[in-house]
Ligand binder design. Structure first.
Ligand code: PGA
Length: 251
């Protein structure tokens, strides 16, 4: 049985003190009520150690938003998967469209990052999704297939079974435009069929596929009601504890 997950992606928001305050508030909100899904918060690197320590006896897991494509050495300013793991974080968001778009992350780079995350015991939350023009041209299936084949489909079956996927149509990220639940279901089912072709039915059935892109309290229930939508990767609505809790409560 695959896991349902609600994961926050803080992006480049919150200084350390604000991040600690948000994590503390969320921890308190979830202390009395056990959520019906796994809850993860993805924070900037500098928050990881403090937030992971703060949340170590809570149900909330901690994720990085990126890691280096090299193991260690003279790469000024980079943060390795091993360093991320040493903070107590257990997940790592990889391949977010903002990283692909603004930082030139290619399929090859993302393949390396995924391998390093896995080698260091981190579970990747691997993002895929098409641009607006690609959706308008009806190319969304082609795009997500190429993104999978270029990176995570190079993994062994054992490695791939540790990966969480997040389908995030770029036109829906931070725009207030959400994919309809039918659009999400259609492409999630397609993604699962690609996994089944590559790794077999069992792994496909066990892979968690999150939806991301303007997911919020008001639409989460409808999106999560679809059989192939196993939760969400949440940007804007993860920056306020109550908004995030509302999405968790959709399960
Ligand atoms: P959003 O971002 O919820 O603010 O649209 C989602 C994401 O980029 O992961």
């Amino acid at each position: 049985m695959r896991k349902n997950i609600v994961a926050g992606n803080w992006k480049m928001n919150k200084n350390l003190q604000e991040g600690v305050a948000l994590a503390t508030e969320l921890k308190e909100l979830l202390a009395s009520e056990k959520p019906n899904c796994e809850v993860i918060i993805g924070t900037p690197f500098i928050h990881l150690a403090t937030v992971a320590e703060l949340l170590k006896d809570s149900v909330i897991k901690v994720s990085a938003e990126n890691c280096a494509d090299k193991a260690s050495g003279a790469y000024t300013g980079e943060v390795s998967a091993e360093m991320v793991k040493s903070t107590g974080a257990t997940y790592c968001i990889l391949g977010h469209s903002e990283r692909r778009m603004y930082y030139g992350e290619t399929y090859e780079i993302l393949k390396e990052k995924t391998l390093l995350a896995l080698a260091n015991g981190l579970k990747p939350i691997f993002c895929i999704g098409e641009l607006k023009e690609e959706r308008e041209a009806g190319k969304q299936n082609e795009v997500v297939k190429a993104q999978l084949e270029g990176s995570v489909f190079n993994l062994s079956a054992e490695e791939f079974s540790k990966v969480v996927l997040a389908y995030e149509p770029v036109w829906a990220i931070g725009t207030g435009l959400t994919a309809t639940s039918d659009q999400a279901e259609e492409i999630h089912a397609y993604i699962r069929s690609l996994i089944a072709e590559k790794y077999g039915e069992e792994i496909a059935e066990n892979t968690t596929i999150l939806y991301g892109g303007s997911c919020k309290g008001s639409n989460a229930k409808e999106l999560f009601s679809k059989p192939n939508v196993d939760g969400g990767l949440i940007g804007g609505a993860s920056l306020k504890a109550n908004d995030f809790k509302e999405i968790i409560d959709a399960f």
